[in-house]
Design a protein around this ligand. Structure first.
Ligand SMILES: *Cc1c(COP(=O)(O)O)cnc(C)c1O
Length: 420
């Protein structure tokens, strides 16, 4: 049972069948899944969702699959953590972390989108799947297609972090490291996708793939007690996650599952790759492509496909965009770890540092509530922080060496040595 009416051009609103299509033949606008919301509204309720599985599939009625989900049974339903320690440091009244860096099989929010994309690819009869990745998508497609028994081609920029390369290769895909940046990889993949009839999850399957990101937004609302967050800070690569969180909020309103959308949405980018933030600052409707140069490689998309829609969502919500330097990203990662015990990757460093900046500038008022989106795990980008976290104390295996090194020669204060 599906409530999908078809695909619809985001620009000229022409309709298309639910096939592996992603661009309008007439105006080259991108295609989006269109649902029968009246029908959904007549049978969907908070209670029905609450009775569903503890995964993204509790929102199945709002996802573009026809049959039962066949891939990614455990994607989603990650914790929303009240981050009191970090709130105190940032000086804000109420702060939450939506933590997609844990619980997921490949430790990033990409397990959501891939679960939807591969379930759809199987429904459409594809035997081979592929993707163009900035890192996390590579791991997720590799892992989930291994379990689903699909052939796979994974394309990445050749300079990715070791954790991302190992995190894909271990599942034995055909991993292709392209000499170039993500935008080069993506251009090549669009060409390959038109020659070989594979399901490219973020190219010809993109309309379905992108819908998976809505579940991040649905969960935030459900976990806050069926309401939108007052402020939400979202990392932006292609812009898809931000756009879909905004769509999720508005769908819940349309379906009567929440009373109102009272939320400002903010884009977080690295200064070395901030085309969306730049366009927002210049009040431009056009995204000028940039050549990425940042440690936040998972967000390093210089020509973001959904950039203009992300701008739209920020404007509609009354939010804005900000960017941070590589040093601020490292500080953001360390701050989250130190205060909340969460080790996030560079993208998370971007959102934490951006949130800090937005609060300092008074854009997010200190007496209000904010959600920070943490989307990936720090163990995959260790090289970003390994030179910035000090070293272990090295001692001989003796009490003497322990006390000499730690008690007498270190800066550890006296009170730490008391047991209570
Ligand atoms: C892919 C990714 C994002 C966001 O990507 P969009 O293309 O903007 O949807 C955010 N964080 C991490 C860690 C990612 O891997």
């Amino acid at each position: 049972m599906s409530y999908v009416k078809g695909l619809k051009c985001r620009e000229c609103h022409r309709l298309y069948p639910t096939q592996a299509l992603y661009v309008c033949e007439f105006c080259f606008g991108s295609l989006e899944v269109d649902y029968d919301y009246d029908k959904i509204k007549s049978q969907l309720s908070r209670e029905k969702i609450e009775r569903g599985p503890k995964s993204i599939w509790r929102y199945r009625d709002l996802l573009p699959i026809d049959g039962e989900p066949t891939v990614g049974p455990h994607a989603g339903f990650t914790p929303l953590i009240k981050a009191d320690n970090l709130a105190r440091v940032l000086g804000i009244k109420e702060l939450y972390i939506k933590d997609d860096s844990v619980c997921h099989p490949t430790l990033s929010f990409k397990d959501r989108v891939v679960a939807v994309a591969l379930t759809k690819a199987k429904e459409l009869g594809f035997k081979t799947v592929a993707c163009a990745s900035t890192g996390n998508l590579a791991g997720s497609v590799s892992a989930q297609s291994a379990l689903a028994g699909l052939n796979r081609f994974i394309f990445i920029p050749a300079d990715l972090e070791l954790g991302k390369v190992v995190g894909a290769l271990i599942y034995a895909p055909n991993l292709v490291a392209v000499e170039g940046n993500y935008d080069d990889v993506n251009r090549l993949c669009a060409e390959i996708a038109s020659r070989y009839r594979w399901a490219f999850v973020n190219i010809n399957i993109r309309p379905y793939y992108a819908e998976g990101s809505k579940t991040y937004g649905y969960e935030v609302m459900e976990q806050l007690g069926w309401k939108t967050p007052k402020h939400i800070v979202v990392p932006v690569a292609s812009g898809s996650l931000l756009v879909k969180i905004w769509k999720a909020f508005n769908e819940f309103k349309k379906l009567g599952l929440i009373d109102e959308v009272d939320s400002k949405i903010y884009a977080a980018q690295a200064e070395g790759c901030s085309p969306v933030t730049a366009a927002f600052r210049e009040k431009s409707e056009i995204i000028k492509p940039v050549k990425p140069k940042t440690i936040a490689k998972s967000l390093a998309i210089g020509n973001p496909a959904d950039g203009i829609y992300a701008l739209d969502a920020m404007k509609q919500s009354g939010g804005s965009a900000e960017s941070v330097t590589d040093e601020e990203i490292v500080e953001g990662i360390k701050l989250l770890a130190r205060t909340q015990g969460i080790f996030t990757e560079t993208a998370g460093g971007v959102t934490v540092a951006t949130t800090k900046k937005l609060i300092e500038k008074g854009v997010i008022p200190k007496n209000e509530s904010c959600v920070i989106c943490i989307t990936g795990n720090g163990l995959k980008t260790q090289e970003a922080v390994s030179d910035h976290i000090g070293k272990p104390y090295r001692i001989k295996a003796s009490m003497d060496s322990f006390e000499k090194t730690l008690r007498h020669e270190s800066k550890i204060t006296e009170d730490v040595w008391q047991s209570k």
